[in-house]
Ligand binder design. Structure first.
Ligand SMILES: [Fe+2]
Length: 384
């Protein structure tokens, strides 16, 4: 066995810990650009509490507001200009994955003269402003890895800015209280993203024993708490369980990466601006069946983590149970979607397959078994 493990993020987990943001930030800078989404952080009071905490610790604040669900590289460049103009020396991402990822991009572009997309595609930056992540959903896990998913609006390409060590948050505050106001649909979709992160990192070729441990924790957490958190958003135990699962899954992809499921989904949300995890749900049916074929021993473990009784069953049979359990979970959450429901047309499939292979080729390479163009095309067709 041979692997490398690197996870340099200081994670502060627990109820009410948003109040520590100022103290944490003050050790990295004096003026923070706070990057937030369109409305929810303001409406829930999280933004005010974050700003209060920063000001109390003597950190000046500038707010960069209105980040959409799929943030673009041009928006990141605007934010970087703002950070330069206002002399910010730290970037705080407060919100769902989009706000935190946008903050990561701004942190890089603010110290460089060139647009952020250069650093997404090829160039290694010379540094970045310190990043603090404060997730308000339990979904992306970006608080525990160096990935920032951005879309280039003209190319319609969605890729991850991945420049360790610079794009790791210096610290992440994971406060389950911030997720209490997340509506049922948002809770459900971001929760499915957690499940797929953990599952993909575990089945991927780059999986190692640490990845496996956190993937198991994440899948067990989703199994126990996702439906509860969706049914009753004020269920604190469930919210805490989902926050923990999300961060664990973020750690899982930090080491193990994602596979062809994320590889196929990015082109879909790049072309159609759909919610990331809705795309994952739509594509997952045929892909999970493929996994049960090529890595039944891994999918059998996943079945166990999903709470299925697999004692005495063959690996193949247990693997099939994992596929059925995930289908049932999607069904129960109202996420049994087809690509057609998301606006995908038959005549788009060729370009989606091409983008999967070119833009997301590293994800295809991390997928177990041998995937070729024809098989990927089949996944898309079956998911229609
Ligand atoms: Fe994801």
């Amino acid at each position: 066995m041979k692997f490398e493990h690197y996870m340099p993020v200081r994670i502060l987990f627990g109820w009410g810990r948003l109040s520590e943001l100022g103290e944490v930030a003050s050790s990295f800078g004096r003026r923070a650009l706070v990057v937030v989404g369109r409305r929810s952080a303001r409406r829930s009071g999280a933004l005010d509490r974050a700003l209060d905490s920063l000001k109390r610790a003597g950190v000046d604040v500038e707010v960069f507001e209105g980040i959409p669900p799929n943030p673009t590289s041009t928006l990141v460049d605007e934010g970087a200009e703002e950070a330069k103009k206002k002399d910010c020396d730290i970037v705080v991402g407060l919100g769902g994955g989009s706000s935190v990822d946008c903050a990561k991009g701004i942190a890089v572009a603010a110290v460089e003269a060139r647009p952020v997309w250069n650093y997404v595609v090829s160039e290694h930056p010379s540094g970045a402003l310190p990043i603090i992540a404060v997730p308000t959903t339990s979904g992306t896990g970006t608080e525990a890895n160096p990935y920032a998913v951005l879309t280039e609006p003209n190319l319609k390409e969605k890729r991850a800015l991945n420049r360790p060590p610079f794009t790791y948050p210096k610290a992440s505050i994971v406060d389950p209280e911030l997720t209490l106001s997340l509506p049922p649909r948002g809770t459900a979709v971001t929760g499915m993203d957690v499940l797929f992160h953990a599952l993909e990192a575990f089945v991927g070729k780059r999986c190692n024993p640490f990845v496996e441990a956190v993937a198991e924790q994440a899948v067990r957490g989703v199994t126990k708490f996702l439906v509860r958190a969706v049914k009753d958003g004020s269920d604190r135990e469930a919210r805490e369980g989902m926050s923990l699962a999300s961060t664990a899954a973020g750690m899982a992809i930090n080491g193990g990466g994602t596979t062809a499921l994320h590889g196929m989904e990015h082109p879909v949300s790049a072309h159609l601006d759909v919610a990331h995890a809705e795309g994952l749900c739509a594509l997952s049916g045929p892909y999970l069946k493929y996994l049960a074929e090529v890595v039944p021993w891994k999918m059998a473990r996943v079945a166990e983590w999903l709470g299925e009784d697999v004692s005495g069953l063959s690996e193949e049979r247990a693997a099939e149970m994992a596929v059925v359990a995930i289908e049932e979970l999607k069904e129960g959450l109202g996420l049994n979607l087809r690509l057609r429901d998301l606006g995908v047309h038959e005549d788009m499939l060729e370009i989606l397959v091409s983008d999967t292979l070119s833009v997301m080729g590293h994800n295809v390479a991390n997928t177990p078994g041998e995937l070729d163009r024809g098989r990927i095309y089949e996944f898309f067709r079956e998911a229609m």
